[in-house]
Design a protein around this ligand. Structure first.
Ligand code: ADP
Ligand code: MG
Ligand code: MG
Length: 883
């Protein structure tokens, strides 16, 4: 079989749409080669080899070796150099590349093929001994670090000691002789660490690096990253082997990273950074401060270093040409890597660029308006989850603040939190309930876990394409990068700027959009929802089939929901209306009452409050449907717990303390989630539901009579498991409706339905539908009861479950399609068989989760309901799920 795909010299065996086989990097290198864009020749070992490797005890297919060596020959022919040759050596890079870029994977090894013999050839060909030994020492450190596992710091220590000896401060002061000496010392160090020699044979080096790439697929960092990003382990990675081009051969050489549009704002402006006389990751490593590629970029950054547009105008123009071609070709913003060797431009990578939410939105809308893509494509270009970042608060521009330092606006959004200095501490503190800002000199892939839990990230070194910046943007975590005035002392756990010392645990605020750091907490403001956002939402609304409602009970939440485009309330939890101090007293009286008469007396007090709530909601929702769920939680949740609370209740209810205490303990349940709650309360205390129904209908009549507005109440009975429960409670609701309408002289159309949140209800949905005019899937409880797994107790073991791929995703966040999903399908099918056109919705957490929304579309639900802030996310996800 074919395990290796070649590219180079204006053609390639692969294509951009072969990402699954070639990985993203390999597929796009092939595509660029096919487009005639200058790409150093190379080949891709497929992801199938990775799969084979893990399925066969970490061995390779028998015919792989020959294919690889043939491909090396093909590179040699194109490049006119020979791998391992003493006079004219071919050097290669070995680069990992999964389907999507993964920071956890093996770092690239550059300059592979160098040894004490071939370095002489490199000197002879380039006429530059310093360049050759600089390349050699880079190779030895990279290979030792990523392939042999000898940590980088060993080599840094040796370098620092050598510089001190010689009285140098900068690496640029190092001579050819210095680098040569270091290569020797480095190799001795490796031998000391490993007990074996650094490999001199280029072929052995090559296979070592290939093995390390496949090995890194299963390292802890990669596994963690995959888990956080829901990337399946069976995808595997490809390996790219590519002829080296050199950005470190002198002042007419450079290396850089650029974006066809600004990845931070989305603005249609060519954006990038580069370094003269540098190689590989120097730009992103933050060792030297990179320069802007364009004049506009230089001005914007306020840097006094000249731009590429000024120093290498011809190459810059060529790069702009490639930018235009690639963006047209891929019809999306590209993130490109390039190297200039002796004024010749080479492209080393292109991919759809990571971008902030704001940029994603702007680029989707702009490229659509420019005619590059159609509306449906634009809808697909924004990840629904990303919208979250745009819907959240920004710093209040008028709020007082104390500026501490400035850095680069690496990832937008505002965040406050307590300062911590390591990723591990970030995770510890967050576990203990703190909100933290992670402050580092720079970040590395080991820090991902800590970065993920932090409110914001602050680094003192590195540019807009540094690790911290790229990862933070991907995660949607605000980030200020390269705040160089700040000195971090990780040992003392302090950061110092000017005369101010900030200790661990003190609060700072980041403005990731401006790149500013403030002392203390700065208040925030709501975001702007017009412009591009409104346009994209309008396009999404035009294509989606499902309606989107919100879970809301307070007037504020209802107003937010409307602002975000909710088309009704899918879940109004009436118990939330009872916790107000003025009301809870009556609830408690009701619970403590000895008989029905006592309960009714207490409920009489609650009726006006509840009615007022509904009047407000009906008014705000202006004719949109509102699903009101009658009381659901067990009564003891409303009872006092501390002694002083007990005393207060006893006093106001006119009973003694002992009485209250005994009632509290009587109501205590061993497993309240499966106890006396939901419709069971309505069955044992019908007067409670009666009062609630009365409040709903009286409010409906009042709003209708005073404003003439349409009112659409939907009364929802929770936790039903049998038809008979619903029959009884529906009878009660209908009776109250009839009485109310008769007394008030107005009839309001209304519906009665049920939550479907127990497995029995799913199975019995056919008969339950005889009584129910609608079903709303309460997937929180349905998940708990179908899996037999308590949502409040499952976090510790679900983490282990995720690692072992038992439930690939937390079933409380994303619907368990195989189990809970099948329950929903069965219920939908049986419900429809009894009552064609029965209205079906979902109101659990899952109603705001994009992949669950996709599932809901598949089952044909009529609407999803989610928290107000997630309404736009759900609108977009609902649109995407029909495309
Ligand atoms: P990553 O996925 O971390 O970006 P890459 O494989 O893209 O890793 O390699 C990192 C950098 O190494 C590239 O940006 C490029 O500058 C440099 N590089 C990789 N291959 C070559 C090559 N063949 N010649 C010159 N530089 C290279
Ligand atoms: Mg890298
Ligand atoms: Mg790269």
């Amino acid at each position: 079989s074919k395990w290796v795909y070649f590219f180079g010299d204006g053609q390639a065996e692969g294509r951009a749409d072969m990402k699954n086989l070639l990985g993203g990097k390999g597929a796009n290198l092939a595509e660029m080669a096919n487009l005639g864009i200058p790409v150093p020749a190379g080949f891709t070992i497929t992801t199938e080899v990775c799969t084979y490797y893990y399925e066969n005890g970490e061995t390779y297919p028998s015919d792989l070796r020959q294919q690889v060596m043939d491909s090396v020959k093909a590179i040699e022919t194109i490049m006119g150099a020979t791998f391992g040759d003493a006079e004219n050596p071919l050097l290669v890079s070995v680069r990992s590349g999964a389907r999507t870029s993964m920071p956890g994977m093996m770092d690239t090894v550059l300059n592979l093929g160098l040894n004490d013999t071939t370095v002489q050839g490199l000197i002879a060909r380039s006429g530059d001994a310093r360049f050759a030994y600089d390349s050699y020492r880079r190779f030895v450190t990279m290979y030792s670090d990523v392939v042999l596992g000898v940590d980088h710091y060993h080599f840094e220590e040796i370098l620092e000691a050598h510089k001190e000896d010689k009285g140098y401060t900068l690496d640029t002061e190092m001579t050819a002789e210095d680098w040569k000496t270091l290569v020797g010392i480095y190799k001795t160090k490796v031998k000391e660490q490993l007990g074996s020699e650094f490999p001199e044979d280029p072929v052995e080096q090559l296979w070592g690096a290939v093995g390390a790439v496949f090995g890194s697929w299963m390292n802890q960092r990669a596994k963690t990253y995959r888990r956080l990003h829901n990337i399946p382990g069976h995808w595997g990675t490809a390996v790219n082997v590519q002829a080296m081009v050199f950005g470190n051969m002198g002042e007419d050489c450079a290396t850089g990273v650029c974006f066809t549009r600004d990845p931070s704002t989305g603005e249609n402006a060519f954006y990038g950074e580069y370094l003269v006389n540098a190689q590989g990751e120097d730009v992103v490593a933050g060792i030297r401060t990179p320069q802007s590629i364009s004049i506009a970029g230089r001005k914007k950054s306020g840097s006094d270093l000249p731009s590429m547009e000024e120093t290498m105008p011809q190459t810059y123009t060529e790069l702009v040409g490639i930018r235009d071609r690639l963006e047209k070709h891929y019809t999306d913003m590209q993130d490109m890597e390039f190297t200039i060797q002796k004024d010749k431009l080479w492209m080393l990578q292109t991919r759809n660029g990571k971008r902030t939410a704001a940029a994603a939105l702007k680029i989707a809308v702009d490229t659509c308006n420019e005619g590059l893509i159609d509306k449906e494509t634009a809808i697909m270009r924004v990840a629904p989850e990303q919208l979250d970042q745009l819907l959240h608060p920004m710093l209040d521009p008028d709020a007082p603040r104390k500026l501490l330092a400035r850095g680069l606006p690496a990832s937008p959004g505002a965040a406050s939190g307590q300062v911590v200095f390591t990723a591990d501490e970030a995770e510890d503190w967050v576990q203990k309930g703190h909100k933290v800002i992670l402050v580092r000199v720079e970040t590395s892939p080991e820090d991902i876990g800590g970065m993920h839990v932090s409110q914001g990230i602050l680094t003192t070194r590195g540019g807009m394409t540094s690790h911290a910046a790229v990862v933070a943007r991907g995660m949607g975590v605000p980030c200020v990068a390269g705040a160089g005035e700040i000195r971090v002392d990780a040992n003392a756990k302090t950061m110092t700027v000017g005369g101010t010392v900030v200790k661990e645990g003190e609060i700072i605020t980041l403005d990731g959009a401006k790149g500013e750091v403030f002392l203390g907490e700065v208040p925030t403001l709501q975001p702007e929802l017009s412009g591009d956002f409104a346009d994209l939402m309008e396009w999404a609304d035009a294509v989606r089939r499902m309606k989107v409602r919100a879970n809301a009970e307070t007037p504020e939440d209802a107003a937010t929901a409307r602002k975000f485009g909710a088309e009704g309330i899918g879940l109004c939890r009436t118990e939330h209306m009872f916790f107000d101090p003025k009301r809870i007293i009556h609830i408690r009286q009701m619970i403590l009452a000895e008989d029905e008469a006592g309960r009714r007396a207490a409920l009489e007090h609650l009726l006006p409050y509840q009615r007022k709530d509904f009047v407000e909601l009906f008014t705000i929702m202006q004719g949109l449907p509102i699903t009101v769920r009658l009381l659901d939680p067990p009564l003891h949740e409303f009872l006092p717990h501390t002694d002083s609370e007990v005393g207060e209740v006893a006093k106001s209810a006119g009973v003694d303390v002992a009485e209250v205490k005994s009632r509290v303990s009587m109501l205590q349940e061993a497993n309240p989630m499966l106890g006396h709650r939901g419709c069971r309360l309505g069955i044992s205390y019908p007067e409670v539901y009666e009062m609630q129904a009365r409040a709903i209908f009286e409010a409906a009549v009042e709003v209708s009579q005073t404003s003439g507005q349409t009112v659409l109440p939907e009364v929802m009975i929770p936790l039903v498991s049998s038809r008979r429960e619903l029959e009884l409670l529906r009878g009660l609701v209908d009776k109250v409706a009839k009485e109310t309408f008769a007394t008030k002289g107005t009839e309001i159309p209304y519906h009665v339905g049920t939550m479907i949140e127990l497995p029995r209800a799913c199975l019995q949905a056919g008969v339950i539908a005889e009584e129910a005019e609608f079903f709303s899937f309460g997937t929180n409880d349905l998940t708990q009861t179908t899996l037999g797994m308590s949502r409040d107790d499952s976090a510790p073991f679900l983490e282990v479950y995720a690692q072992k791929a038992i439930y690939p995703r937390d079933p409380f966040q994303s619907i368990d399609v195989d189990g809970v999903g099948e329950m929903v399908s069965i219920a939908a099918e049986r419900g429809r068989a009894t009552r064609p056109g029965i209205k079906l919705g979902i109101c659990g957490e899952h109603g705001g989760d994009p992949s669950s929304i996709q599932f809901c579309e598949g089952v044909g639900l009529d609407y999803v309901s989610c928290s107000p802030y997630r309404v736009p996310i759900a609108r977009l996800a609902a649109a995407q799920s029909v495309l």
